[in-house]
Ligand binder design. Structure first.
Ligand SMILES: NC(=O)c1ccc[n+]([C@@H]2O[C@H](COP(=O)([O-])OP(=O)(O)OC[C@H]3O[C@@H](n4cnc5c(N)ncnc54)[C@H](OP(=O)(O)O)[C@@H]3O)[C@@H](O)[C@H]2O)c1
Length: 350
C-alpha cells in the first residue's frame, strides 16, 4: 500500500471533495488536490492550482504532479447546453493528461468520472436498466470524447483507465452547478422562511417516477476500488447506492426534517422564481448566521429545474460492479436526510 500518490483533478467539487476526504483517510496514500480555487475546507492534502482549460497552466502544474501514480478526474465545466459542454470538457482532460503523463513516470491508472448522461439520461427517456455496454446515443457527449481520449492515450502504455458512472451525486460542496442536496436544502429553507408548506416544485410525473442516486462517499470508495483493482482496468462501471427512490415518498420525510408541513406538488419555474429570493436570503444569512452570503453560490436553479422535472425512469444496472467485488450499498432515503442535515449543521441553511 505504500508509495501511492493520488492526484484528484477537480478536487473541490461535489465528487472531488468526497474523494479527497476519503483518500486522505487511507493509509499509504499521498494526496494532491488540483483545481483553480483553493479548497474552502480543511484538508491535509497539498493543493496545486491549475486552470485545466489552459495547456500552459497544465504544463506548469505538471512539474508538481510528477509523483502521480493514480489520477482521478472529477473536473467539470458547466455550459448552458449539452452541445456547448462538449469542447471545454473534452479539452480540460486532454490538456492535463497531455501535460501530466510525460512527467509522471510511475503513472498506473486514470479513473474518469462520467455519469448516466453516458446513456442519454439528460435527453429524456432512455433504455433502463442501463448497462455499461449499451450502445452510445447520438453525439455530442463529452463523456464519449473523454473516454475515447483515454483509450487512445493509454494504448501501448503501462497505465490503465476506468470510468465510473454514478447518478445524482449527493454530498457537500458550495458554489457548484450540480448538487441535488444544495437545491433541496435551499428550496426547503426558503419555503419555510416564507411560511409555505414544502411543495415538490416539479411536475406530478416527476414526483412519482422511480429514481436512483449515488452518495459521494460511496462513489469515492468505488473509484479507489476501480483504480487499484486490476480486474477493473480499461472498464466502465455503473455506481449507485444500489436501491431506488421516489420523491413522493421522500418529500414528506424532508418536510419533517425541516419541521414544516408537506403539500401537493406544484410545478414552478425555479430559474425565474428563485433568483428573486436573494434579498430574502440576505436576511436569512443575518438572522440565522449562515455561512454563504452570495445566494448564487447556494444553489443552481437551472440544474434544479432539470432534475425536478425529469419524469422518466432513472435506473442503472449495477451487477458489473458487484460481480467484480464492490458490494457496498447505501439507503438512499436515509442518505438524503443525513446529507441535508449536514447542510444545516454546517450553517449552509438554517
Ligand atoms: N453532480 C452530480 O450530481 C453528477 C451526477 C452524475 C455525474 N456527474 C459528473 O461528474 C463529473 C464531475 O461533476 P461534479 O458535479 O462533481 O463537478 P463540480 O461539483 O462542478 O466540480 C467541478 C470541479 O472541477 C474544477 N474545475 C472546473 N473548471 C476547472 C478548470 N478550468 N481548471 C481546473 N479545475 C476546474 C472545480 O474547481 P474550480 O472551479 O476551483 O477550478 C471543481 O473542483 C462531471 O462529469 C459530471 O457530469 C455529476
Amino acid at each position: 500500500m505504500t508509495g501511492r500518490t493520488a492526484v484528484i483533478l477537480g478536487a473541490t467539487g461535489v465528487s472531488g471533495r468526497a474523494l479527497l476526504s476519503h483518500l486522505t483517510t487511507l493509509p499509504g496514500w499521498n494526496v494532491i488536490a488540483v483545481s483553480r480555487r483553493k479548497p474552502d475546507f480543511a484538508t491535509p492534502a497539498r493543493h496545486v492550482a491549475a486552470d485545466m482549460s489552459n495547456p500552459a497552466s497544465c504544463r506548469e502544474a505538471a512539474a508538481q504532479l510528477a509523483d502521480a501514480t493514480h489520477v482521478f478526474y472529477t473536473a467539470y465545466i458547466d455550459r448552458p447546453s449539452w452541445v456547448e459542454q462538449r469542447a471545454p470538457n473534452a479539452a480540460m482532460l486532454a490538456n492535463m493528461i497531455d501535460a501530466l503523463e510525460p512527467a509522471a513516470k510511475g503513472l498506473q491508472h486514470v479513473c474518469l468520472l462520467q455519469g448516466t448522461k453516458y446513456y442519454g439520461h439528460h435527453l429524456g427517456p432512455y433504455k433502463t436498466p442501463a448497462r455499461e455496454d449499451d450502445p452510445r446515443h447520438m453525439p455530442p457527449n463529452f463523456y464519449f470524447d473523454q473516454q475515447d481520449y483515454l483509450i487512445e492515450k493509454s494504448r501501448g502504455k503501462s497505465w490503465s483507465w476506468s470510468c465510473a458512472r454514478p447518478h445524482i451525486i449527493c454530498g457537500m460542496a458550495i458554489g457548484t452547478p450540480m448538487n441535488a442536496i444544495a437545491v433541496i436544502a435551499a428550496f426547503a429553507s426558503i419555503s419555510k422562511e416564507l411560511k409555505l408548506p414544502l411543495r415538490y416544485p416539479g411536475g406530478p410525473a416527476a414526483y412519482s417516477v422511480i429514481r436512483q442516486a449515488t452518495q459521494g462517499d460511496l462513489l469515492a470508495r468505488a473509484m479507489v476500488w476501480m483504480a487499484t483493482n486490476t480486474a477493473c482496468a480499461n472498464e466502465a462501471f455503473n455506481v449507485t447506492n444500489g436501491d431506488h427512490f421516489r420523491y413522493e415518498h421522500l418529500w414528506p420525510k424532508i418536510a419533517d426534517l425541516f419541521g414544516m408541513p408537506v403539500a401537493a406538488p406544484q410545478r414552478i419555474d425555479l430559474q425565474q422564481f428563485m433568483p428573486a429570493k436573494a434579498q430574502l436570503w440576505a436576511g436569512m444569512v443575518r438572522k440565522y448566521g449562515l455561512r454563504v452570503a452570495d445566494f448564487a453560490q447556494v444553489a443552481d436553479w437551472r440544474f434544479a429545474t432539470y432534475t425536478f422535472n425529469s419524469d422518466w425512469d432513472q435506473m442503472s444496472d449495477t451487477n458489473k460492479c458487484r460481480d467484480r467485488g464492490f458490494v457496498s450499498s447505501v439507503d438512499t432515503e436515509a442518505m438524503f436526510l443525513s446529507e441535508l442535515q449536514r447542510f444545516r449543521d454546517e450553517r449552509i441553511v438554517p
